[in-house]
Structures are given as structure tokens and as C-alpha cells.
Write a protein that binds this ligand. Structure first.
Ligand SMILES: *Cc1c(COP(=O)(O)O)cnc(C)c1O
Length: 373
């Protein structure tokens, strides 16, 4: 008998990937960083590959090596590589690496020597996000050095790529500006004598709304999990995650009873309180205090008072509630329950953060669907 659980519907992930694939002629890289946006990296990766994803995208070398240790042989790109990592392990495991600076390129050349095989590189240009990537000013030097290393048989430049600032606001002029800079960057790649097989730029939002940014490969993340990157649009995606718990304890209290730490909530009338065993240690944002929506007994309710580390309380008024009843924080919405979007709106964040928070280790993750482990 479960107390609290995060359910992940792997068939929803498969459907979403199939939908993304059908919408592009480019190859598809399913992004599974952040423990598969909280859904579990390896099961999410397997479901995505089963539905036809060609690539997997992760941030850290550790994530990439975890995929390889799980027996996944599909192409994997890792793009957040801090100095001093054992990059030769990635090269030996056939992990593609993102390079954005000369020092990074040097480390990858060294890793190639150690692994005795050429590192597969994706050179990243910063087209405006000002995060990863070489500036346009530094781009020619990076290209020249990469071309030399490739000519020496030390590395193989497989890809050239960048990342959007504003793709979640369709029509934003920054997206067009970034695309133009990317095209300029590609012309410089050509002039440097490099002919990488993969040019890639599109995240979920651009995959769904800007076919002119698809190039050879798209990198959807959030859409794989069935959530929309664009407020108010669903794109026919199916949310894969449900977070729910059984009511642990109920009690009847008089009107005017203060609830939870700081008594930030007081009952208006005599009330049935339900104590739900999920808290901020499990992923429930403390900012959901007095605003987080929860479905219990067929009704939408709002968290009463502060979210604690391990539990929160619902004022159910005069409705009958019993220990063991299921309180659903969010799910696909198919049964009237709140969605991760509702939670994001309630606490002032984005759906990405809501589901990723529930990747914690305390609440068991349970899988549904054909590929359930
Ligand atoms: C996270 C990430 C993605 C996926 O972004 P979504 O908005 O979730 O589709 C793509 N590319 C890079 C570089 C990322 O960091």
C-alpha cells in the first residue's frame, strides 16, 4: 500500500516523442537531463528511444555515463562540462561532447589522446543567450583550432549548435535575430573547412512552432514529458507525471482554528482537516502554502496554511474525508485534477520546475506503460 507516489506514464512519453517526430524531418534528440525532468532519466530515455528518438541530450558527463552503464547505445550529447572532468571516460564511452572555448577544446584533445580515439565534438556558438557557447567574436578561433585538431585526427566535429532565449514567446524578434546569427556562424564553419553532419538549435518551443529552426536535429525536453513550453497551448501533448498521496490523518476542528506553522490559515467554520504526507522535502514548493491546488474527494481544494518539510493540510470544510483517501496534486488533468501548469501558475514558476522538483528520492517513482521497468 503506497503512501505517496510519483507515477510516470511511459506510454505518454512515447506518444509525445512520436508526435514530435511526426512534426519534423530532422532527427530528434530527447533531452533527459535533470533526471529526465524528474521522471527518471533511464526509463524516460528508454521510452523516448522506443518511440523513435534518435539521440539523447544531457548536461553532465555523469548523466551521459549513467545512460551508457544502463546499456543505452544511442548517440548521447553532454553539454555542461566543467574543467578537470575525466572526459576521456566520455570519449571512450562514445559520448558526444559540447565545446565552447579553446580551453575546453584542449581538454577534449587531451581526452582523445588518453582514450586513443577522436572525441566527437559539437561546437557551440552563443547567438544571444549569453550562457554557454563561444561569442561570435571568439567563434573563428575556436573553429580554426577545431579544424586543425580534426585534420590531425584528434577530434571529429560532428555538430554545430546554439540555444534560444525566447522561443517560448512565438514571434519574439530575438528568435529571428538568433537564427540569423546562427546562419552567419554556419557560414564561418564552412569557411573554416568544417562540414559537421548536425546543425541544431531548436528546443521544444521551436520544435513545435518554428520549423525553419529544425536544421538536422531538434532538442525537445519539456514536450517529451507532455508539458507545453508555451502558456495556453497544449500541442496535443500528454503530461506523463502524476504526484499524489493518501491522506494520513483526518480530524474535525472548530471554527477559528489556526493551521500549520505560523497559523497563516485559520478555519472559517467547523472543518474537516486532512493531513497529506508530502512536503518540500518531496518536491512540493513551500511557495504553495495557501495557494497549491489539490484534488481530493472529487473536488479541487487549496493547501491550507504552510507547506511543511514532510506534510501539508487541506481544509475540506464539511466534506467527509477519511485516512487513505487519495489527494492528487497534479496529473494529466484527464480526471479533473490540477496539472503541473496549474501548480506553476499558483506558485509563480514554470511547469519545468514543478515536475523536476518531484525527481526526489524519498517518494517512490512508479511506472505505467509498456516499457515499465
Ligand atoms: C534543456 C535544454 C533543451 C530542452 O529545452 P526544452 O525547453 O525543455 O525543450 C535543449 N537544449 C539545451 C541546450 C538545453 O539545455
Amino acid at each position: 500500500m503506497w503512501q505517496a507516489e510519483v507515477r510516470v506514464d511511459l506510454d505518454a512519453i512515447r506518444d509525445n516523442v512520436a508526435r514530435l517526430r511526426a512534426g519534423t524531418s530532422a532527427e530528434v534528440m530527447a533531452v533527459v537531463k535533470g533526471d529526465g525532468y524528474g521522471h527518471g532519466m533511464v526509463p524516460a530515455a528508454r521510452a523516448a528511444l522506443d518511440a523513435g528518438a534518435d539521440w539523447l541530450g544531457v548536461c553532465t558527463l555523469d548523466e551521459a555515463l549513467t545512460l551508457r552503464r544502463a546499456g543505452i547505445t544511442a548517440p548521447v550529447l553532454a553539454w555542461l562540462l566543467d574543467p578537470g572532468l575525466a572526459l576521456h571516460e566520455g570519449v571512450a564511452a562514445g559520448v558526444d561532447l559540447a565545446a565552447a572555448s579553446l580551453p575546453q577544446l584542449d581538454e577534449m584533445i587531451e581526452a582523445s589522446r588518453r582514450a586513443d580515439r577522436p572525441a566527437r565534438l559539437h561546437l557551440k556558438i552563443d547567438t544571444g543567450l549569453s550562457r554557454g557557447g563561444a561569442t561570435v567574436a571568439d567563434w573563428p578561433a575556436l573553429l580554426a583550432a577545431a579544424a586543425r585538431a580534426q585534420a590531425d585526427g584528434l577530434v571529429e566535429v560532428v555538430g554545430v549548435w546554439s540555444h534560444f532565449v525566447y522561443a517560448d514567446s512565438p514571434g519574439h524578434p530575438t528568435t529571428d535575430r538568433q537564427l540569423a546569427i546562427f546562419h552567419e556562424g554556419l557560414a564561418m564553419v564552412e569557411r573554416a573547412g568544417l562540414r559537421p553532419r548536425y546543425r541544431h538549435l531548436a528546443n521544444s518551443a521551436a520544435t513545435l512552432t518554428r520549423p525553419d529552426t529544425h536544421f538536422d536535429l531538434v532538442r525537445p525536453g519539456i514536450a517529451v514529458y507532455g508539458l507545453s513550453p508555451i502558456a495556453g497551448e497544449r500541442f496535443g501533448l500528454r503530461p506523463a507525471m502524476t504526484a499524489r498521496a493518501r491522506v494520513m490523518l483526518t480530524k474535525r476542528v472548530p471554527a477559528g482554528t489556526g493551521v500549520s506553522y505560523g497559523h497563516t490559515y485559520t478555519t472559517g467554520d467547523e472543518a474537516n482537516l486532512a493531513v497529506v504526507p508530502l512536503g518540500y522535502a518531496d518536491g512540493v514548493p513551500r511557495h504553495a502554502s495557501n495557494v497549491g491546488p489539490v484534488q481530493l474527494g472529487g473536488k479541487r481544494r487549496t493547501i491550507s496554511g504552510r507547506v511543511c518539510m514532510d506534510q501539508f493540510v487541506l481544509d475540506c470544510g464539511s466534506d467527509p474525508v477519511a485516512a487513505g483517501d487519495v489527494a492528487t496534486l497534479f496529473g494529466s488533468g484527464a480526471d479533473g485534477e490540477p496539472t503541473a501548469d496549474d501548480w506553476a501558475d499558483a506558485v509563480g514558476t514554470i511547469n519545468y520546475e514543478i515536475v523536476t522538483r518531484f525527481g526526489g528520492v524519498r517518494v517512490p517513482r512508479v511506472y505505467d506503460g509498456e516499457l515499465a521497468p
